[in-house]
Design a protein around this ligand. Structure first.
Ligand code: GLY
Length: 380
């Protein structure tokens, strides 16, 4: 797919984790790579919690997507080790696992349905009684009704990840161009990779819509690490919430799931996130609230990413629409897209992710329609 007289072999539009990982992998394979982004790293990854959670995120009816998450999560240990060795940077990669907990009998009944499904499809999830939960995390609320451990659901700090990927890509020879791309005819390259998150719709006409998530960042007192180690996910009176502890003292609390495209932070969302989080782990009421932000997840009609060539435009490769799973899917996406560019042959894993699976895209219509905005709010 590459070669010839163009300015670069590969132009990557978007310097988030997906775009930068593709750039790193392509540059490592000897390709000349340019990365276009007016505001690198300022998209969904700047707000994301960084859960690598193929089990906790496995949901009814999403078998294909779950398989993808499992496959990419399995690549994370080597990916993190390689990136750390290359850059010397601490990615905040932690492997203590995830506890999913339920506050009320209704929360527990709902969670048990999902754990049963997850175990039926072969995922490692172990139900735990309240006393067993508190053996693992003594600070969990005493009135929790039950929970489960997903030992293979890990975490990484997306902000550190993006910084490291940028350094690795540049060291491998990629060039960063701090400017926007408004038309796919602009980059002077044999292949253009669109990794533009929610901006992918306007560039390609593909059905990528913004799904707003409000996320808080807290800090443990006195510069100490939080006094819990696992990622805690759970439901408290029907409100879903997750708490992600970093060794540097940060705790990420998320998130709303809203069919909206604005970046406003609302008092109601902050109230509900903190209510649910403190119901599960009362101690964090003492932590400092240091940040409240909203990000836009790039959603698709079937919640799975769009990976592969654009219909009728084989020189354009799409790596977008990762919705809730951009961080965990970064290593697999980078490998599949780079192999496609280098060999010209799509891996069979790409077949169900074909960007054309929802019909032929129409960029003009996408620009006119704008994003959907039903204003519905759910909780993670
Ligand atoms: N993956 C977590 C979220 O999207 O909120």
């Amino acid at each position: 797919m590459v070669g010839g007289e163009r300015g670069a072999d590969v132009a990557v539009v978007g310097a988030g984790p997906i775009g930068l990982a593709v750039a790193w992998r392509c540059a490592t394979r000897g390709l000349r790579v340019s990365v276009y982004d007016a505001t690198p790293g300022s998209g969904a990854s700047e707000v994301a919690a960084g859960m690598l959670a193929p089990v906790a995120e496995a949901y009814f009816g999403e078998r294909m997507l779950t398989g993808l998450l499992v496959s990419s999560a399995a690549r994370w240990p080597d990916f993190a080790a390689e990136l750390t060795a290359e850059t010397g940077m601490d990615l905040g990669y932690r492997t203590e696992g995830t506890l999913t907990v339920a506050l009320t009998p209704d929360d527990l009944a709902e969670a048990e349905r999902l754990w049963t499904y997850q175990r039926q499809v072969g995922l490692p999830v172990t139900p735990l009684r309240p006393a067993e939960l508190r053996e693992r995390e003594p600070l969990l609320a005493t009135r929790l009704r039950g929970g489960a451990l997903a030992p293979g659901d890990h975490q990484v700090d997306p902000r550190r990840l993006v910084a490291a990927l940028r350094i690795a890509a540049e060291r491998a020879g990629a060039t960063m161009l701090p400017r926007p791309v408004r038309d796919l005819a602009e980059p002077d390259a044999a292949v253009t990779v669109v990794a533009a998150g929610c901006g992918t719709a306007a560039l390609t006409g593909l059905p990528v819509r913004p799904v707003k998530g409000q996320v808080l960042r807290l800090r443990a007192p006195d510069g100490a690490a939080p006094r819990f180690r696992h990622v805690i996910r759970g439901h408290a009176d029907g409100r879903g919430v997750y708490l992600v502890p970093r060794t540097d003292g940060e705790v990420v609390v998320g998130a709303t799931v809203e069919e909206r495209s604005d970046l406003g932070v609302t008092a109601g969302a902050v109230l509900e996130l903190l209510r649910a989080a403190t119901d599960l782990l009362p101690e964090i009421a003492e932590y400092e609230l240091v940040e409240a932000r909203a990000g836009l997840r790039p959603g698709t009609p079937d919640n799975a990413p769009l990976l592969g060539r654009l219909p009728d435009r084989p020189e354009v490769v799409v790596a977008a629409g990762h919705f809730r799973h951009g961080i965990v899917l970064t290593p697999l996406t980078a490998d599949l897209v780079t192999d496609l560019i280098v060999t010209g042959t799509p891996d069979p894993a790409l077949a169900p992710l074909d960007p054309g699976r929802f019909g032929v895209p129409d960029p003009a219509a996408a620009a006119e329609d704008g994003p959907t905005n039903e204003g519905r709010t759910l909780w993670s």
